[in-house]
Design a protein around this ligand. Sequence first.
Ligand code: ZN
Length: 170
Amino acid sequence: MQTQLCEFCLKSGMLCSKCQEKIRSGAVDDLYMKVAQFLLDIENQYPSLQKASLNKVLQVGGFLVLVVGRGDRRRFMDQGGKLTREMRNAFKRRVLVIEDGVSDRGFLEDLFLDQRIITINIIWLPDGSTETRVVLQGRRARRLSKKRIRALTNIAKSVREMDLRVEYAY
Ligand SMILES: [Zn+2]
């Protein structure tokens, strides 16, 4: 697996000066290190991880968010989601895997995993900023709770600087 730190440093826990500098500058934090170490430890059970990259790790809205390389999402979701379940148990957080460098639509599809997106459009606000409006199909049984929507909105802001407005179509 490709990570922001050297594999040797992560495995030994003794950081080289380059890795130390990344921690000191805040480019990499403790959480990232813990997750990267955890994944390296179990990499041999998940061969698909070997070609994947772990770009960023955030803890937002009760989720553990892994920002991974483009095209790598499936490598983390391999074996029917066994890896993300294992991480959920270890870190006591729901795990969300988001790909870097994808379109807004691709990002939103990863974010609203089990929902059906009907429309995405950009709303320009008077102050020149924008909001991304997402309309989801509103079959009642599958609707996300307000709390969950708030969490996902926070994730969009943290990961992509995207201001989301989520609505359901009736
Ligand atoms: Zn290093």
